[in-house]
Design a protein around this ligand. Structure first.
Ligand code: ZN
Length: 140
């Protein structure tokens, strides 16, 4: 598995208060016809929703922190799954004491404000297919 791309345009945009991180990033990609990209972001949320992948059970455990947090760093990528753009993103959140938490971004984060950089990758997009060994949709 190896993909090579030419750098495409880099988009900077902001997700407004109340937006969902996963939904907002994916909506931007879909609206702009983006099938391959690398994403980074920072800002703050009113609520964080993320997941931890249990490598023994091969399933996600959902975690929700219903409090105000900094988004210290978020990163991720856009590739294709079942013919549609798919977001894979992880983030680290910080609380009012500077403690950090994080994981695989899930639907349900509520943005306070978020600044996003999305670097489009020009070329055949990576395609995710189910991988029985991990239970995940991985680049094939
Ligand atoms: Zn992940």
């Amino acid at each position: 598995m190896h993909y090579t791309f030419t750098p495409g345009p880099t988009h900077l945009f902001r997700l407004a208060a109340g937006a969902d991180i996963a939904g907002g990033l994916l909506d931007f990609a879909t609206a702009n016809g983006i099938e391959a990209a690398w994403v980074s972001y920072l800002g703050a949320v009113r609520r964080a929703a993320f997941r931890y992948y249990d490598q023994e059970a091969l399933e996600y455990r959902d975690l929700v922190m219903d409090q105000h947090l900094e988004v210290l760093i978020g990163t991720g990528n856009i590739s294709m799954l079942d013919g549609a753009p798919f977001l894979h993103s992880h983030a680290v959140f910080g609380d009012d004491r500077g403690a950090a938490f994080g994981g695989h971004i899930a639907p349900g984060c509520e943005v306070f404000s978020l600044e996003v950089r999305m670097e489009v990758l020009e070329g055949d997009p990576p395609v995710r297919r189910f991988d029985a060994a991990t239970g995940l949709g991985l680049w094939s």
